[in-house]
Structures are given as C-alpha cells and as structure tokens.
Design a protein around this ligand. Structure first.
Ligand code: ZN
Length: 231
C-alpha cells in the first residue's frame, strides 16, 4: 500500500454515530495503533508503512477530520503519540480536500467578546497582545462548523479545552453547564463548578451570540450530561 492509498483510506473513515451522537471509535482505534507503533516500532495490523513521516501524517489527518485542536494534546497523551517521537510532517499532501479555517475568524471572535473569556472573564495580555485566549468553535470545524462569529466563543485556553472535552456546555438559554461526570480534588479544579448556571458573556453590540443550532449540536454531540461515560 502506498502512502497516498493509506491516506485515502483514512480520509474515507466514516463519521460513525450511535443514537445520533458522534462515536469516533475508528479514528481513536487507529490513533491508538499509531501510538503502539510509535512506542514499539511494530503494530499487529500490517497497515502502516514504516517510512518516515507517514504515521504523523496519518495522525494529522485523523485529528483534523474527527477532533479539535484543543483535544489533540489530550488524545495524543492518552494514546502515546508524541509529535517529537513521530517526527514532523513535511509533505502536506494530506491536506488536500481538507477545509481550511477562514483567516480572520479568530480575530473576529476575540474582538466580538472584547478579548475576554466568555465563561470566566479572563482577559490576560502580554503587553497589548491577548495571551491564553482562543476562538473556540461551538460546532467543531472538523464537523462542518462554520468559521463565523455565530459559531464562535472567545474562551481562555482552559475553558476551551473543557468545552471541547464536553466538561462545559451551554444550555439553550446560554447559561453554562458543568458535566455531572466532572470531578476535581483541588480548590482550583473545583473552581470550574462555580461556572454552573452562570450566563455566557454577551458579545459586543451588533455581533451575534452563539446560534441555537450550533449550541444544540454541542449539547447533543459533545457535552457529557447525566449518563455520559468519562470516555
Ligand atoms: Zn475562562
């Protein structure tokens, strides 16, 4: 199997659903296999050419199609895929057909929320440049979420990760939900619970808040409500 054939097959992995909810078991399984390969140089599935760059290229494709940048470090850690071990990708042929993020999305979202986290108000800056502040997609970019302010939220890096992981969610009335599955021992960890029920910050006048259709997608596909497993 050539590199291009492998990438085509990975790109064709379907977005599986169970009961209308995303169930990315296949990409997670492939990522786990890549992690085994990174650790041992072998995998029981004779699918992965050992040529330099191929495993990392496959990881890039699966991450871009099924997850979000904020979740990438979490998943890499869980499956043992250190980018330094795999080596960087120089051949970006994998990017063919991938939907590019629209330039300007980040700046528009951060400006709409006055450069502050819409959940906690964090507004740190390094000189005049915001730091630790990100433009989150409510409906993930990889899941056809548009690069529009109505699908964005300015969030600090922590709350962005927790939002993408389903720890934090939004109610239809735009109040913050905290997953009943979330646990923390420290005071800092439990500070997340204090967000429960608080309203999301409103954007500046004239800018749209999160659209109900995207809020509903996140609640259904990402947020870990009662009955959700920790996985
Ligand atoms: Zn925050």
């Amino acid at each position: 199997m050539t590199r291009d054939e492998l990438m085509r097959r990975l790109a064709a992995l379907r977005q599986a659903q169970v009961g209308g909810r995303r169930a990315p078991h296949k990409p997670l399984l492939v990522l786990w296999l890549l992690g085994r390969f990174a650790a041992t140089g072998r995998t029981h599935v004779e699918l992965l050419p050992a040529r330099p760059g191929v495993p990392e290229q496959a990881v890039r494709l699966l991450m871009d199609q099924h997850f979000t940048p904020a979740l990438e470090p979490v998943i890499r850690e869980a499956v043992g895929l250190d980018p330094a071990v795999l080596g960087g990708v120089t051949d970006l042929a994998v990017g063919r057909g991938r939907r590019k993020r629209r330039a300007g999305f980040t700046e528009e979202v951060l400006a709409a929320y006055a450069y502050a986290c819409a959940f906690c108000g964090f507004d740190g800056a390094l000189g005049r440049h915001p730091v630790g502040l990100e433009a989150a997609h409510v409906r993930w970019h990889s899941q056809d979420g548009p690069d529009e302010v109505a699908n964005g939220l300015a969030l600090c890096a922590l709350h962005h990760t927790l939002f993408d992981a389903g720890v934090l969610g939004l109610r239809p009335d735009l109040r913050i939900q905290v997953s009943p599955v979330y646990v923390a021992r420290s005071e800092a960890g439990r500070a997340v619970d204090a967000l429960r029920g608080r309203p999301v910050a409103a954007p500046r006048p004239g800018r749209p808040g999160p659209a109900p259709v995207h809020v509903e997608w996140h609640a259904r596909q990402v947020y870990k409500g009662a009955g959700a497993g920790a996985a």
